[in-house]
Structures are given as C-alpha cells and as structure tokens.
Design a protein around this ligand. Structure first.
Ligand code: BEZ
Ligand code: FE
Length: 299
C-alpha cells in the first residue's frame, strides 16, 4: 500500500481558480522578512485579480511575457527601460508622492529621470551653463529657504536640462560639449543662487524600444514638457528632486511621465532691461528670465 506523505499546513490544499492567490501566498510561510511577505502577498493578489478580470488567452499572456523580456533585453548601463516603464505608468510619480508628504510650504518634488550625472562641475554664480551658446539665453535665479522663510546658505543646486533642440548632452556625445547645460551652484549667505542657461525645449523620452511601442499602443505621445531639473540639497535638510517647467509648452498638460505639478510651473518672462545680476560676467545677455525659490524642510 502506497504511503501518503502528510503535507505541512501551508502546503495543504490544491490550487484552484477560486483559491489561487491564497494558495500561492500560503507557500511563503518560510519567508523571513515580513515587509517582503506583505509586498509579495499584495502583488500576488493584484496580479491574480487582473487575470480573473481580463481572462487573457495563452497568446495574450505570451505577448505580455515577450514585452517584459524585451524590456529587460534593451537595458544597458545607460538605458533603463524598466524605470521608463514605471515612469509612463505613473508608478514613479506615485512612489515619489508617498515618500514626499512634506510639511506645507516645502517645494514639491517630481521625477529624477535617467539623464542626471553624478559628476557635474561646480560653477560660480552667474555662470552660463550653455557651453555652445545655442538657444535663447535665460537667467535663472532665486533663493533657497527653510519652511520659516530663513535663507539656507551653502545649499547646493545640481542643475541639468536639454538644449533648445530637446537633447541632453549625454544623448549627443560629440555633438554637444561634455557637461553642456549642467552645473552645481552653491547659495550665498542670503540663500541666493543665479546662473545663465538657454530656454529648454520639450523632448520625447526614449521611445525606440518596448516602452515606446506600449505608448503607441495606448494612443499616447512620448513627450515631456520643457523643464529644468534640480536637486537641491543642504546639510540638515531633506534634499529635493524637482523641476521648473516653462508655462508655454504644448505638452504641459500631457507629460508622458506625469511629472507636472502646478507649483512647479515657472514664471518665465522676456527680459526688458539687461539684469544687474550678470554685470561683469562674460557671455550672453539673457533674453528670458525666471525667478524660482526652493523651500527645504528639516531632515
Ligand atoms: C527626464 O526628465 O529627464 C525624464 C524623466 C523620465 C523619463 C525620461 C526622461
Ligand atoms: Fe528631463
């Protein structure tokens, strides 16, 4: 007579359509990390619910597997298609939102994106970060303060943006100068910063891979509205990753990665008279200016 092994409690009960998520989740009884178990349980429940709601055919499920396979295969040191996928599905902005519920008054945050570099050069006040002099000259200035309005001296602003054709320097090696439209600026004793640049332009996120195909299938365009990126950091304060958007961009209301917030739309103005801030500095006279203050909350 064949002996039947007795299953452990978490291994009892065969998989059925009705109990599918419960059976899979019960198998994690040996897992050590409760946060991981909570995450996997939620993921399994939601994925099983999707299958029950959509009832995909085998061919449809294989198409989904193929999409994820191609998403992984196109990744490299400089191309991160999974982050792009998270961005276009609004997941990156949601993770940012749940992690940045700041006290009121602190500057709002938005996506980092893939074009930040960690070794941008330190630049003096007023420096023109547009190294090839192309585009419409812009003066960017403002103050960094705490939530009580006190200046934060010595705060570092790490800045990067596209050129007037919508490309970052790292996308046009050999065409744009290295470190074009990037720089790190420190605030003065009054928390002030100022630098010169060129007015940024809207651009498509990398859309020649699976995420681009997904956007097309969803009937969506791949464009981000024109913006300047900032990471603002100071000792004792929570750093913020944010943007200033231009108000006149046609894609302001349909950002491919959902990064726009009303408070981040800058007041870009045409310069009437040459601003005093650039007196004595070589280089281009600004035709545009935008004044943007950043508010940091205590770490
Ligand atoms: C960016 O703003 O640089 C960016 C953000 C998300 C995806 C692609 C680009
Ligand atoms: Fe960007």
């Amino acid at each position: 007579m064949a002996s039947t092994a007795q299953p452990a409690a978490h291994e009892s009960g065969y998989f059925t359509e009705e109990n599918s998520a419960d059976v899979v989740i019960a198998r994690m009884a040996g897992a050590k990390d409760p946060r991981f178990v909570a995450l996997m349980s939620s993921l399994i429940r939601h994925l099983h619910a999707v299958v029950k709601e959509i009832e995909p055919t085998q061919a449809e499920w294989m198409a989904a597997i193929d999409f994820l396979t191609r998403t992984g295969q196109i990744c490299s040191d400089w191309r991160q298609e999974f982050i792009l996928l998270s961005d276009v599905l609004g997941i990156s902005m949601l993770v940012d939102a749940v992690n940045n519920r700041k006290p009121s008054g602190a500057t709002e945050t938005t996506v980092l994106g893939p074009f930040h570099v960690s070794d941008a050069p330190r630049r003096p006040h007023g420096f023109d970060i547009c190294l090839d002099g192309k585009g419409e000259p812009l003066l960017v200035s403002g103050r960094v303060t705490d939530t009580e309005g006190r200046p934060v001296a010595g705060a570092l602003l790490d800045v990067w943006q596209t050129n007037d054709e919508g490309f970052y320097d790292v996308q046009q090696k050999g065409i744009q100068p290295d470190m074009n439209l990037r720089g790190i600026f420190a605030t003065d004793a009054d928390g002030r910063y100022w630098f010169r640049s060129s007015k940024p332009r809207h651009y498509p996120i990398p859309d020649d891979g699976p995420v681009g195909q997904l956007l097309a299938a969803m009937g969506r365009h791949p464009y981000r509205p024109a913006h300047i990126h900032f990471i603002v950091a100071a000792q004792g304060y929570a750093p913020i990753t944010t943007h200033i958007f231009t108000p006149d961009c046609p894609y302001l209301h349909s950002d491919a990665v959902f990064g726009v917030k009303a408070s981040l739309i800058g007041d870009f103005r045409r310069v009437e008279a040459p601003p005093a801030l650039t007196a004595g500095q070589p280089g281009r006279q600004p035709e545009w200016e935008v004044v943007t203050d950043f508010v940091l909350s205590r770490a």
